[in-house]
Design a protein around this ligand. Structure first.
Ligand code: DGI
Ligand code: FE
Ligand code: FE
Length: 216
């Protein structure tokens, strides 16, 4: 449990951290969205969600060279995909720096939610899914795909769904988000991280099993 005082201090630190005004507003809006999603899907983990949201983009504005130096400094050899999909690097480096810079918030759940917030991966926990989604649909995002996904998530009124419906709804929204991301990346000639592909495949397979279950 990360107590309220640690979370308040963390928010103050992030409010004063060296990052652009846009990134700061986004970070605080991800915290708001993570809490809204958490109230629906993981009310017992609001502390994890708040800390992960506040920490998820702490290295977003570092250069590619700085990210690579952090990986190497932690004994990690950058893979080809790290070099050719550089926008995914900040999730790895933020997760590496949290225990050093924000030790009081550095629980395994917080670190993993930050680590996977950009690509996702196979076997995502509910907190990992919620931070990934909160990051995509926070209220400051005006990009058409984000507006569309935010609308898709809330217009279905998940507050009124039972547990099974809510789970299926989250899965469908996540699949849609990955479709939009992968399509945009391919259009731009960017490689798709194997973690992104693994996450999407797993969600599609779960969805197919669910459809078959409904037919039986
Ligand atoms: O850091 P944010 O901008 O708030 O959001 P984010 O951490 O989800 O990063 C989004 C960026 O990462 C976006 O430009 C797309 C890129 N990205 C996400 N998954 C992949 C990826 N880029 C490549 N090349 N491959 C991926 O699988
Ligand atoms: Fe990010
Ligand atoms: Fe973000």
């Amino acid at each position: 449990m990360i107590d309220e005082k640690i979370l308040c201090d963390l928010r103050k630190e992030i409010e004063n951290a060296e990052m652009s005004e846009k990134r700061r507003r986004h970070t605080l809006a991800v915290e708001d969205m993570a809490v809204r999603l958490g109230e629906l899907y993981a009310p017992e983990s609001l502390d994890v969600l708040r800390a992960a949201a506040l920490l998820h983009d702490i290295t977003k504005e570092y250069t590619a060279e700085e990210h690579i130096a952090i990986l190497i400094g932690h004994g990690i050899l950058p893979r080809d995909i790290d070099i050719f999909a550089p926008k995914t690097l900040h999730a790895q480096t933020a997760a590496l720096l949290i225990p050093e810079k924000y030790a009081e918030s550095a629980t395994p759940e917080v670190i993993s939610a930050v680590r996977w917030h950009t690509t996702g991966h196979a076997g995502m926990t509910v907190c990992e899914k919620l931070i990934y989604l909160a990051d995509y649909i926070d209220e400051t995002r005006k990009f058409p795909d984000c507006v569309k996904l935010r609308e898709m998530f809330w217009s279905a009124e998940p507050q009124k769904m039972n547990e099974k419906e809510k789970e299926a709804h989250l899965r469908r929204v996540l699949i849609e988000s990955y479709k939009m991301t992968v399509t945009a990346l391919l259009d731009e000639g960017c490689p798709i991280s194997p973690d992104t592909v693994d996450a999407l495949n797993e969600l599609i397979i779960e969805e197919r099993k669910n459809e078959n279950g409904r037919k039986d």
